[in-house]
Design a protein. Structure first.
Length: 365
């Protein structure tokens, strides 16, 4: 997608080198810094500290991390320890495990001296497929948008609510929940996006708002607590979010705050969509609310905020009494019954058992 008018990807191979370039997402939107990753340790660190984040991008970065590890130690022991190092970086987004399993399955049948090349190739494939998958999600989502727009009394602008960041910077390109917005806008539809700031890490404020601005899409930043008010007043036509892990029963783990949005949409009959690649579905988990692991993050993310000060420097400030206890669950789980449809690369599916079976078949699993 576009940065200052130039087409870029969130993770790019550096030609002629076994290395990739990523954007350091911890300093956006105030600074655009590209970092080079070329070792297992650098890739694992980038995921852990959220220089890269978002389920599909975590998966792609982990795959490249695995490829770097195979340059360093392609033995059977190296294969296993690299898997464990990368697997331990973040717990909720299942694309991490999906990508690692996929690369490991290729490598296990190979002699160690062949593993570095094979892993690099597989990581590249994962990246390329991510782009195609998200473009397809965008196409299906755009059709959904057109249907909602056609039903809207008085036409005008389609008002879309989103939470967190599920745009191209959470993926390799296009994004999941934001892909339909890009495609609808590029196709001439008048779309306006309500961007929920997404405390505590501010992915909406710092990443989604930045992406939408780069693409020239009208948007308005809101505090997370405003969404209910807007939905109640008829100012939201649909809500669309991404996902970090979807269970076999259609329950959706996504950034903390998603569940409240789904509840208010249900109450006011506003459609609530979840856009995801099928690599985000964990078919081993039957009940998402009970069994999807939820990342517990540092209390400091709640007690402090970071932004630009009057001198234009990044600064972190305390927003509560010194020593206040804080709890920071990174994700929540929205029951499948609150989801109008899942929008995937294979089309749209409801979360009832029949449709989830259809979706599994479509994904060839
Ligand atoms: O903690 P993060 O920033 O890695 O969270 C992931 C997300 O960006 C969202 O939950 C997103 O909606 C799903 S990933 C496309």
């Amino acid at each position: 997608m576009k940065i200052e008018g130039q087409h870029r990807r969130a993770i790019e191979e550096i030609s002629g080198k076994r290395a990739v370039r990523i954007i350091d997402q911890t300093v956006l939107p105030h600074q655009l810094t590209w970092l080079t990753l070329k070792t297992l340790a650098e890739a694992a660190h980038a995921i852990t500290v959220m220089q890269v984040r978002g389920a599909p991008l975590i998966g792609a970065t982990a795959a490249y991390g695995y490829a770097f590890a195979m340059k360093e130690d392609p033995s059977d022991a190296g294969l296993e320890s690299a898997y464990q190092t990368l697997f331990a970086t973040r717990p909720t987004a299942v694309n991490l495990r999906w990508a690692l399993d996929r690369v490991r399955a290729v490598l296990q049948g190979l002699e160690p001296h062949l593993r570095a090349d094979a892993a690099w190739h597989e990581a590249g494939q994962i990246g390329e497929e991510d782009v195609k998958t998200n473009a397809a999600i965008g196409g299906h989502g755009q059709r959904v948008f057109r249907e909602v727009f056609a039903d809207k009394q008085g036409g005008g602008v389609l008002n879309v609510l989103t939470h967190c960041n599920a745009g191209w910077i959470a993926c390799v390109d296009w994004g999941t929940a934001i892909a339909p917005i890009y495609q609808a806008h590029d196709g001439g539809m008048k779309v306006h996006v309500w961007v929920s700031e997404t405390r505590p890490r501010g992915q909406g404020a710092s990443l989604t708002a930045w992406e939408l601005k780069q693409h020239g899409i009208p948007h308005t930043l809101i505090v997370d607590n405003e969404a209910g008010h807007l939905v109640q007043r008829g100012m939201v036509d649909l809500c669309i979010v991404g996902a970090d892990r979807v269970a076999a029963n259609g329950d959706v783990a996504n950034k903390i705050g998603t569940y409240l949005k789904a509840l208010v949409c249900k109450t006011h009959h506003v459609p609530f969509y979840v856009a995801l690649p099928t690599s985000t579905i964990d078919w081993t988990i039957r009940n998402g609310i009970k069994d999807i692991p939820i990342e517990q993050r540092s209390a400091r993310e709640v007690t402090h905020v970071t932004g630009l000060n009057a001198k234009g420097r990044r600064e972190e400030v305390l927003i509560c009494p010194e020593g206040t206890e804080a709890r920071n669950d990174g994700f929540d789980v929205t029951p499948g019954r609150l989801v109008t449809e899942l929008i995937t690369e294979y089309g749209t599916f409801s979360t009832n058992a029949t449709d989830m079976r259809r979706l599994r078949l479509a994904a060839g699993l």
